[in-house]
Write a protein of this length. Structure first.
Length: 176
């Protein structure tokens, strides 16, 4: 396991059947191992300016202890995040359902863009950095045309429910 930059400040056991609290490292290990090569879909939920929810599937990667995802600047998701960065990201991992709550902010740092692009490429997506955004010959149809913005999720809280041994359910809180 790579040491994560995001370590919880507290863990709450939510299991009602006597299982031990789940360690955050379990989620991190699966995220690190399975993104971007496994067939995972992450659902980013944002809030429209009028308060209505919006959710959309995205391709995301776990890099150096943080979750990154992309979005076309004209998408509903990007427009919502520009007004209100609060969001949730949900996925079903190997043996663990995971919901992460926090704030997503656009990443423009060249070194971070290059590091994340390198991880996306290991999954077969021929993405490149162009200026402060990403470009590639293709992406999901819902992403809109390139260039795409990259976002980093800053975790506030996460919830995990294990569907495989060892079973359990936990809440992890993070400093923010």
């Amino acid at each position: 396991m790579t040491e994560t930059k995001t370590a919880p400040i507290s863990t709450t056991n939510l299991d009602r059947y006597g299982s031990a609290p789940l360690p955050w490292s379990r989620a991190c290990d699966v995220l690190e191992t399975d993104t971007p090569t496994a067939d995972l879909t992450f659902f980013v939920s944002t809030v429209r300016p009028d308060g209505r929810p919006h959710s959309a599937g995205v391709g995301a990667v776990w890099v150096d202890g943080a979750l990154y995802f992309k979005s076309g600047p004209g998408t509903r998701r990007a427009r919502n995040l520009a007004v209100n960065p609060a969001c949730t990201v949900s996925t079903r991992l190997r043996g663990l359902d995971l919901v992460m709550e926090g704030e997503a902010h656009r990443v423009t740092d060249p070194a971070t863009l290059e590091r994340v692009v390198a991880v996306y490429r290991t999954g077969g997506w021929p993405v490149e950095v162009e200026g402060d955004a990403l470009t590639a010959p293709f992406s999901a149809p819902s992403a809109g045309p390139a260039p795409w913005h990259l976002y980093r999720l800053t975790l506030h809280t996460a919830f995990g429910v294990a569907g495989a041994e060892p079973h359990g359910a936990s809440r992890w809180d993070f400093a923010h």
